[in-house]
Design a protein around this ligand. Structure first.
Ligand code: 13P
Length: 249
């Protein structure tokens, strides 16, 4: 039986004081939670949130990192700098990085391998555009992103990877994939991972759904066989909406 993994991606929101207040509320309100949790604040709030999360089981995640360990990369943040702040996991390949900042599978794969090499956990995001879904290509796009994102990842490192299926057309739009449609893509991703790493590893892989997850649709989504959690954007910005998602049973 797989655990559920519920993560909040705070995107480019919150000052340090706001981030600390939200983290504090989550630490106290998720004490009775039984699932795996992560919050991913902006880089500027990581140190502040790290100190609030100290001693709590909520993992600290970053929303991105550079593909190089260090060097002349103005404006980038390295894996070493993230680890120095206590970051335990990193979200990679988010659709906003793919589409607004033109990150391709090759770059994302470099980041995945670098993060794993340095002991971080990775949430690898995949997902199709609306035009791709309408053309019947959703499954194929997610398969390619999964295969390319995981290229060269050793079987022994796969336990530190989860995949988040985030259909681009569902992000921040209030449109959610139906639980059936999402589950079909999750099952396809699991089949790809089974082909690459074997059935046992694929059975253990956590696959989160992201895209307008709210308190009133989270339980229906996560009731599906292959949906093992959620990567939450807008509803993660307030304890009032994130906690009911995180405490679902
Ligand atoms: P929303 O929940 O705001 O649609 O965002 C989803 C997302 O992009 C999480 O990474």
């Amino acid at each position: 039986m797989r655990n559920y993994y519920i993560a909040g991606n705070w995107k480019m929101h919150k000052t340090r004081a706001e981030a600390a207040a939200l983290a504090q509320a989550l630490v106290s309100q998720l004490k009775k939670g039984k699932h795996k949790y992560l919050v991913a604040p902006s880089f500027t709030a990581l140190e502040t949130v790290a100190s609030v999360l100290k001693g709590s089981p909520i993992l600290l995640g970053a929303q991105n990192m550079a593909a190089a360990e260090q060097g002349a990369h103005t404006g980038e943040v390295s894996v070493l700098q993230l680890k120095d702040l206590g970051v335990q996991a990193v979200i990679l390949g988010h659709s906003e990085r793919r589409h607004s900042y033109h990150e391709d599978d090759e770059l994302i794969n470099k980041k995945v391998k670098l993060a794993l090499q340095h002991g971080l956990e990775v949430i690898l995001c995949v997902g199709e555009l609306l035009s791709e879904r309408e053309a019947g290509k959703a499954e194929g796009v997610c398969e390619i992103q999964t295969v390319r994102g995981l290229a060269g990842v050793a079987a022994g490192d796969l336990s530190r990877v989860s995949i988040a299926y985030e259909p681009v057309w569902a992000i921040g739009t209030g449109k959610t994939a139906t639980p059936e449609d999402a589950d079909a893509i999750h099952a396809a991703i699991r089949r790809v991972v089974a082909r690459l790493y074997g059935g046992a590893a694929a059975e253990e892989l956590l696959i989160q759904y992201g895209g307008s997850v709210k308190p009133d649709n989270a339980a229906q989504l996560m009731a599906k066989e292959h949906i093992d959690g959620a990567l939450v954007g807008g509803a993660a910005l307030s304890a009032d909406t994130f906690v009911p998602i995180a405490l679902f049973s």
